[in-house]
Ligand binder design. Structure first.
Ligand SMILES: [Zn+2]
Length: 175
């Protein structure tokens, strides 16, 4: 039986009371101070990045989960940021990539276990065009990069199941 993420929150985060009870499938409410906490999906972004030869960028994961398998670049959306800004920031920070075109493709819900807590995310996928590739850098959590022609991309090489599913959807889309 899967645990609902709200079970992780035993006390009211505002006043610390134990009188913090399930109000709905999405919320818990404190009967001491009246604070109601809603749990929502966290927005995350990932990019299908193409070089000038129309090859797809894959990143090898340096850490668990799915250490050593291939992945798409991406990360969480910061507060106050658009998804487009988030994917550009992640690509710049992680890989030194400056996109020239950013186009939204589709979204998939996902679960991401972090410090014992299951974060429910909504992953937004973008097609990223890059005109002139800078010298790529590998960030801490990426140990290797490669560009692969689309007809040679193997979804089985992608370790995270949600990302693998996204790659399968992308490969099935008319080009
Ligand atoms: Zn309270």
């Amino acid at each position: 039986m899967k645990t609902h993420p709200l079970n992780f929150f035993g006390f009211c985060p505002h006043c610390g009371s134990e009188q913090f009870a399930v109000k709905s499938a999405k919320s818990k409410k404190c009967s001491q101070c009246g604070f109601e906490y809603f749990i929502n999906a966290a927005a995350a972004v990932a990019g299908f990045v193409f070089n000038e030869r129309n090859e797809l960028l894959l990143c090898r994961r340096a850490f668990e989960p799915a250490k050593g398998t291939w992945d798409l670049p991406g990360g969480f959306v910061d507060l106050g940021e658009t998804a487009e800004q988030a994917v550009c920031r992640e690509l710049m920070e992680e890989l030194n990539i400056q996109p020239t075109a950013v186009n939204y493709l589709f979204s998939l819900p996902n679960e991401y276990l972090y410090s014992g807590f299951t974060v429910h995310t909504l992953d937004l996928f973008f097609k990223i065009q890059v005109e002139k590739m800078n010298k790529l850098i590998c960030s801490d959590d990426v140990c290797e990069l490669k560009f692969v022609p689309l007809n040679e991309v193997k979804p089985s090489e992608i370790g995270l199941l949600s990302i693998r599913k996204a790659v399968e959807i992308f490969l099935q889309q008319p080009k």
